[in-house]
Design a protein around this ligand. Structure first.
Ligand code: GAP
Length: 437
């Protein structure tokens, strides 16, 4: 984990927020490569779960909602952690995370656990006396429930269908830890899928299958994934059943995403609190009912962390001609997620090769994210691209001037093929796109 965190900082994937001021615990900034990686991951999720399905529509709702939303959802009442403080060193812990009766740090006596709401409070309005207290949303899904009627009456969707949203959520986590795994500000990729109660088990099984497949498609190793079924007694207040996808991180198994059966809890609660009917009317069967909700709820930061962990690889490769080897660090990202898809490298900067390479890079840039580099020996430049996970390096050499062909080196196998320059865009485009057979 230390090696990965250091690579992320050194190469500009992820660093701590406000680090020149000492940092903010649980808040992270995604740098030039990190923003591309996470955006590609979110785009892939949206492509697979929204654009490629005919039973799904999207939403991008505001982060700040009416405070009553959080009363109806149960968060004001139930979104609590039980906290306990050490009377000696004053460290604070989540009582349910403690394995000892005393402070794990200094052995001191602990206070009685007290409930502490994990939502981040904020005030809406500039005047002290009229400002309204509300919260930054702790999950993206509540706006889907609140907007349910607006969405189904403005589109032609019919149950069964889903509404998807990707966006920021905020939680005052007591112990943010494990790099970006548990943060205070993070992004969720959530779907609320509305179906009939009679079909809930069938849909639950279908969602399990689709979710699992997506994690495989973004490159995670199947032997590092598993399902965890929550026992009945530890289910969240809204859930009839929850299963999690877990990933075997270097710090142990951790939740990547949940799949919950929320029943009719949320639509019923918001109907009652707002006084607005959130039932669904099926014109074909002339039936009015509150649909059952299945919720595949994933974390974009946790998925990004799993992708980074799975991609990280160190291997011995030949160096020079006398049988020596060197260690190469390579990020084996799935091509559709790689921050940079192709680097264009002139063999040398001189003799017109740089100009040809720059022209080629400008052409390719219109189709996918590219990079141009002429600094240092070609071998070193390949290594730099391996370390940030660029799947293809295109080398422009002296033959290019003669026959307009280039060499394409593939990151994982390091194999090279020679193809006409005019075919490079198609060759790489096919291999890095979202499209799958
Ligand atoms: N709407 C249901 C819900 O929010 P959750 O299990 O609390 O359920 C869903 O959160 C997903 O959001 C988690 O599986 C995880 O991927 C992500 N997540 C939750 N808390 C997080 C945190 N503090 N930091 C990063 N990701 C988090």
């Amino acid at each position: 984990m230390d090696k990965l965190v250091s690579l992320c900082k050194r190469k500009g994937f992820i660093f701590q927020s406000s680090s020149i001021y000492g940092g903010v615990n649980g808040c992270w900034d995604f740098g030039p490569l990190g923003v591309e990686l996470k955006r590609n991951l979110k785009d892939d999720w949206w492509y697979v779960f929204v654009q490629q399905r005919d039973d799904m529509v999207g939403l991008d709702a505001s982060i700040i909602m009416h405070p009553d939303v959080w009363v109806a959802s149960g968060h004001v009442e139930a979104f609590h952690d039980m906290l306990t403080d050490c009377k000696d060193c004053k460290k604070r812990y989540r009582a349910d995370h403690l394995e000892t009766e005393n402070c794990p740090e200094c052995g001191g006596e602990l206070t009685e656990p007290k409930a502490f709401n994990s939502m981040l409070r904020t005030q809406l309005g500039v005047s002290e006396d009229t400002a309204v207290n509300t919260y930054l949303r702790p999950e993206t899904c509540q706006s889907i429930f609140v907007d349910f009627k607006e969405i189904y009456s403005s589109t032609r969707v019919k149950v069964p269908f889903g509404i998807a949203q990707v966006g920021k959520s905020f939680r005052n986590e007591v112990n943010p830890r494990n790099f970006i795994f548990r943060s205070r500000e993070f992004e969720q990729m959530e779907i609320e899928f509305f179906c009939r109660e009679a079909e809930e088990e069938e849909w639950f099984a279908r969602w399990q299958k689709d979710i699992w497949q997506w994690y495989l498609d973004i490159g995670l190793s199947e032997d590092k994934l598993r399902w965890y079924e929550h026992p009945k007694e530890s289910l969240a207040h809204y859930s009839k059943r929850t299963v999690d996808v877990e990933y075997d991180f270097p710090f142990g198994w951790g939740e990547l995403q949940g799949l919950a059966n929320r029943g009719t809890f949320d639509l019923t609660a918001h109907s009652k609190k707002s006084g607005k009917d959130l039932s669904f009317f099926d014109q074909e069967s002339n039936e009015r009912f509150i649909p059952t909700v299945l919720e595949p709820s994933a974390g974009a930061d946790r998925a990004t962390l799993a992708v980074l962990c799975d991609a990280y690889c160190e291997e011995e490769v030949p160096a020079g001609k006398d049988g020596k080897t060197e260690t190469r660090t390579v990020m084996r990202f799935a091509p559709q997620l790689a921050p940079i898809k192709a680097a264009v490298l002139p063999l040398v900067k001189k003799e017109g090769l740089a100009e040809i390479a720059q022209d080629l890079e400008r052409t390719l840039r219109k189709k996918f994210n590219t990079y141009y580099d002429h600094a240092g020996a070609i071998g070193r430049r390949y290594r730099r691209q391996d370390e940030i996970g660029t799947p293809f390096c295109i080398c422009v050499d002296f033959d290019t001037k003669e026959d307009e062909t280039v060499t394409i080196r593939e990151r994982d196998s390091m194999e090279q093929v020679r193809i006409p320059m005019a075919e490079v865009s198609d060759y790489i485009g096919k291999r890095v796109s979202h499209e799958r057979d």
